[in-house]
Design a protein. Sequence first.
Length: 230
Amino acid sequence: MVLKAEGISKEFNRLKVIDDFDFTIESNEIVTLVGKSGTGKTTLMRLLNGLEKADKGTISIDGHYLCRATPDGKTEYVSKQERKKYSNQIGMVFQDYQLFPNLTVVENCIEAPVSQKLLTKSEAYQKAEELLSQMGLSAKRDVYPRTLSGGQQQRAAIARAMMLNPKILCFDEPTSALDAETSNEVGKMIQKIAASGTGILIVTHDTEFAKVFGTRVVSSDIFSGHNEKE
């Protein structure tokens, strides 16, 4: 088991969005979260990425904890140093890609591993060039994100996320701004990433995409229940 979330709860303004929810992602698995807006899909993804704090529960990836349930029924977040170990196990491709506009495509890729001193600049450039080649973006390595199409920005964001070798990779609405053909290309790319051993989590309104490319579809309608279902 790679990612494990146990008893996760989150509320906003006393409205419980996620209630005592258990969730797992295995390596090679593509889990798609589907459901109506406001049902907690993106909230769960943000909790797993440490972008929101859970009110209750435990979240870990291969023994690296983000937070742990406490005896009084709350949750306690680990130290900044421990949280960094967790964060390096999980990557996220945002709906609007969030590429740095003032950096070239290759500079976007190397920024995190170099600033965190995980790779030297030369190592990071070599890895970035390999990933951009896999994404069909070698010719775009030195251009700025604004010059890329939506599909190219998506692939650049995937390459950037893969720079840290995450065990889990999350996608927030990966097809929302793409046409059917490009969506299909992105889906096949995600399958290839999963086949290499990465666990994938996709939040999407596109139920057809979820069924075609997901190995397991989870409905956000069950977030207020107690068990994960197929």
